[in-house]
Design a protein around this ligand. Sequence first.
Ligand code: WTA
Length: 632
Amino acid sequence: MSEELKEAVVKTYEPSEEVKKNANVQEYDETYKRSITDPVAYWGELANNLNWYQKWDKVLDDSNPPFFKWFTGGKINIVHNAIDRHMGTPIEKKFAFLWEGEPGDRRTLTYGQLNTEVSKMANLIKSMGIVKGDIVTIYMPQIPELVFAMLACAKIGAAHSVVYAGFSSTALRNRIDDAKSKLLITADGGWRRGNIIDLKKIVNVTLDQTPTIENCITVKRTKHGTEMKKGRDHWYHEAIANISDECPTEVTDAEDMLFILYTSGTTGKPKGVKHTHGGYALYTSTVQKMVFDIKDDDIWWCLADPGWITGHSFIVYAPLINGTTTILYEGAPVYPDPDRIWEMVSRYKVTVFYTSPTAVRGFMRFGDDWVNKHDLGSLRLLGSVGEPINPSAWEWYYKVVGKEKSPIMDTWWQTETGGFMISPYPITTLKPGSATRPLFGIDADVVNDNGESTKVGEEGLLVIKQPWPGMARTILGDDERYKSVYWSRFEPQGWYLAGDSARKDKDGYIWIIARIDDVIKVSGYRLGTAEIESALVSHASVVESAVVALPHELKGHAIHSYVILSEEVEKSDELASEIKTHVRTEMGPIAMPETVTFVDSLPKTRSGKIMRRVLKAQAMGEDPGDLSTIED
Ligand code: WTA
């Protein structure tokens, strides 16, 4: 199909007059132009919305690219903005979190109560010798204490590294080792699909092999009984019993480390992406307020895990800075019934609902009746994140969930960007499947290998041409890798390489196509092929492996693996499923391959690099393209 024809069939959707009239952002073109022409003025002005202990000297220090610094000389703490500044205002009595456990237990926390809980946790971790600059690892289910733990670290100037609770022992251990954490905060377990996930059991295995951990705080959630090691393990409820609920917030520099979040890239070693207090606070709170049109009476629900960037930015930090009430839910979205989420939306009168295309496709599969059973009239905006949303899922979400009155904000962004980068505002004309245009202050473009802007419809590389406050500052302990992964491709120009391919249409809308590296998105979760391959070869019978992502109706993409066995090993179905289970144990359930195919050789370049695209083309019955560099 020619590009013009493709364009012609794209249906557009206009937000209603009411949505537009109430939007926090009323105009795009002029503000966008101004924000790009003078980003320092644009961000400098917005930064006045935050509370600073001491004002910055300089908005942007670009003297040593790509190590940009924002608001240098400024003193701030994100917790001062997320909690402290609300005390004594009407927000103190407002709900910060409405939490619900999977079994149906509930807990509410006002901003005032949150302050008390965070202060207690902060005093506890301080008493364990945690100081500014330390990185505390957190491995927890989606319970309020996970949020307390993150905020407690930030409050005392320590950094947190949250490891998603779906990861297994090896992944947890690698991350603890890389961060050199002395403290781990965890729970006995969490609920998922009616079952207890025994986190502490995984932790016990991990901690036997991590030399740096001195203390482990365990929150009692599932109460199923767990082994506690004397001297190292502490029950949270016992440890805070006599602790003060007052704790001063540490005055940190704008550029001080707030957190590390490990994410996957091209090599097996996960990257610890570093974010800081000042720029991140400004960026996340600004984009949430503008894109999701945050108002005082909103009930905001970001259905993500706090263990991923979406949760860090849009369950914890941005909503709290904006004084929003947030829903936090522990369990599986379709448990015990496919309408769990819709029942909650209706009961809590959720106004803005933000989730992933995978979740939308999952809901869609159960049919409209489960949604229609509930009054979703409170909803006024919807959101999507994590991967391109296919137009049929978009339409379903828009019609069945949003009743054609709640526009969908399809937000493109990354762990490394801190917050939304390309996304509609509620005034934007929508095209299903496109994240539309860059947000204010974001100079995004699609370019070819020579760095020239691509023509309409032409595929190219997505780049960001100017720094922004929410950007990652580096990869923990590896400045060189940070430079080479994101900044070397267009070094002379000084552009950030996002790692996605994309195209622009005649209206300047950006359409994300795919990752250009070895990152796989499974159900919106970001995994690296190399990490999965190393889990495969750690099985005694496997000598070599390659994994590829193939399209999957629900998950977006699914993992398919090809393995070469050691000479003496017999191929069998049992072995294939044993290998799958092995990856599950090594990395966690989300990384388990869909299929294991035994092969005698793998397509490689002469330099020994596995040509995954050849495997992929073969699996999909497509032309593998240029094979001139293939060895065998
Ligand atoms: C993909 C998640 C298309 C993209 C916040 C990006 C998207 C990667 C979208 C980052 C979207 C995220 N449309 N693709 N709206 N949002 N992606 O670090 O490939 O887990 O580079 O951050 O997800 O994944 P990450």
